[in-house]
Design a protein around this ligand. Structure first.
Ligand code: NDP
Length: 451
């Protein structure tokens, strides 16, 4: 049995109840086969694959808080510190009822390679809770965030582990958590990113993941002799990533015709009105039905029978598809529909939105496919730029951060393209991203000895 297969077996056995984690490890290790085969003796002797698939440590803790009726509620909190070979652990905090240890581990594992790809010194980690922020008052959100940080503060720090936002964790939640950290530890330090601009946040961080996705997509298109001008784009999601991806795609001359949330999706053939979408989702925190009510050109489709609310967006004819909602939202049948409709390019704004069989189908049918590790790395890259600004106690202008972000995303595209070519897999950007991210981390691990 090959070394990759041996470790895959081991990971499946040790983590049998964590399907998302197994899915992520399988995707990464399969695409690393040529690199592992070329260095098998060295990697085996140093147990590189066993070490990189086992988190440095993982914390699971009780988060008690009091709701507006005076009732005590209890959630479960998580932080997985996966690998700090190239820098302090870095990765977001997800607040969603679906969160469990397996999901946090899959996200933390992917984060190792994504962070490495940014070329910045950050390791991989992830955290969150099964707390559902939907429908909670600001006071309830604060009560939860303070309780969550009371425990989390024991394990993080500006040079140790620097969490950020993710699904359900936006500026409001980061603010409450930062306040509590400061209160407990008595230090004002860059322990979280995605902070407000008045207390150490970075300009362009809010836009970074969506904008970065489009900078990379544009570079990919250019390298294939195409542009964004006049292209029809379908986007899923209606959160932070989806909104700023839509805005930047439109600024580049494309027309984005869809968005979705956890209850339904919109088809707007005249192009999504981003200002309206922001008003509905960011300000009112409302459902997409409100977007449809205010926009005569928009069709609203309620959640589908198979319970996949955004699945309908993949039925719409497009040149480019950008999944920006959540994991496993683009399945094999969706991929078939995209190919049948002539879609040329899929770049992932979300983490692991495309299943492995759907990815393989897209690649086999000539679709340029860039996975989230590379395509959505702009968010964490700009978080690392926020850390740099905090360390030097300075704030850079929007233009300066945005220009750095553009440079990073263009660089990531060329790195993953080169890595794929070096191993004879030209055009396989999934393998290219995993290889480029992996090589840097493994070199650091080997240099640092057995730890
Ligand atoms: P948000 O919470 O801002 O938005 C998520 C969007 O996806 C919302 O519209 C939400 O609907 C929808 N959604 C969530 N779960 C489901 C579901 N099960 N089915 C259908 N729709 C769903 O999160 P972000 O935009 O920040 O994150 C989106 C993705 O991008 C995630 O995979 C995240 O890990 C990834 N990512 C985010 C980064 C960032 O900087 N924010 C960086 C890199 C990756 P509703 O409005 O109803 O809640």
């Amino acid at each position: 049995m090959s070394y990759v297969d041996e470790v895959l077996e081991l990971v499946k056995k040790k983590n049998a109840s964590e399907p998302e984690f197994i899915q992520a490890v399988t995707e990464v290790l399969n695409s690393l086969r040529p690199v592992v085969e070329a260095n098998e003796e060295l990697y085996r002797k140093n147990a590189i694959l066993e070490r990189i698939t086992e988190p440095d440590r993982q914390f699971m803790f009780r988060v008690p808080w009091v709701d507006d009726k005076g009732q005590v509620q209890v959630n479960r909190g998580f932080r997985v510190q996966f690998n700090n070979a190239i820098g302090p652990y870095k990765g977001g905090l997800r607040l969603h009822p679906s969160v469990n240890l397996g999901i946090i581990k899959f996200l933390g594992f992917e984060q190792i390679f994504k962070n490495s790809l940014t070329s910045l010194p950050i390791g991989g980690g992830k955290g969150g809770s099964d707390f559902d922020p939907k429908g909670k008052s600001d006071r309830e959100i604060m009560a939860f965030c303070q309780s969550f940080m009371t425990e989390l503060s024991k394990y993080i720090g500006a040079d140790v582990d620097v969490p950020a936002g993710d699904i359900g964790t936006g500026a409001r939640e980061i603010g409450f958590m930062f306040g509590q950290y400061k209160r407990i530890r008595g230090t004002f330090e860059g322990v979280l990113t995605g902070k407000g601009l008045t207390y150490g946040g970075s300009l362009a961080r809010t836009e970074a993941t969506g904008y970065g996705l489009l900078y990379l997509t544009l570079e990919l298109m250019k390298c294939h002799g195409e542009s964004m001008e006049g292209k029809t784009v379908v986007v899923s999601g209606a959160g932070n990533v989806a909104i700023y991806a839509t805005q930047k795609a439109q600024q580049m001359g494309a027309k984005v015709v869809t968005c979705s949330d956890s209850t339904g999706w919109i088809y707007d053939p005249e192009g999504i009105d981003v200002d309206l979408l922001r008003e509905v989702k960011e300000v009112k925190r409302a459902r997409l039905t409100e977007y449809a009510a205010a926009r005569p050109s928009a069709e609203y489709h309620a959640i589908s029978a198979d319970n996949r609310s955004g699945a309908g967006v993949w039925q719409i004819k497009c040149d480019i598809a950008l999944p920006c909602a959540t994991q496993n939202e683009l399945l094999l049948d969706d991929a078939k529909q995209l190919v049948a409709n002539g879609c040329k390019c899929v770049c992932e704004g979300a983490n692991m939105p495309t299943t492995i069989d759907a990815t393989e189908y897209l690649q086999a049918n000539g679709v340029w496919f860039v996975g989230g590790k590379a395509a959505n790395a702009g968010g964490v890259a700009t978080s690392a730029l926020e850390m740099s600004q905090n360390s030097e106690r300075l704030s850079w202008s929007f233009e300066e951060v945005d220009a750095k972000l553009q440079g990073i995303m263009v660089n990531i595209y060329h790195n993953i393209d080169d890595a794929a070519r070096r191993y004879g897999m030209e055009g396989n950007y999934v393998a290219g991203a995993n290889i480029a991210g992996f090589e840097k981390v493994v070199n650091a691990m080997l240099a640092q000895g057995v730890c």
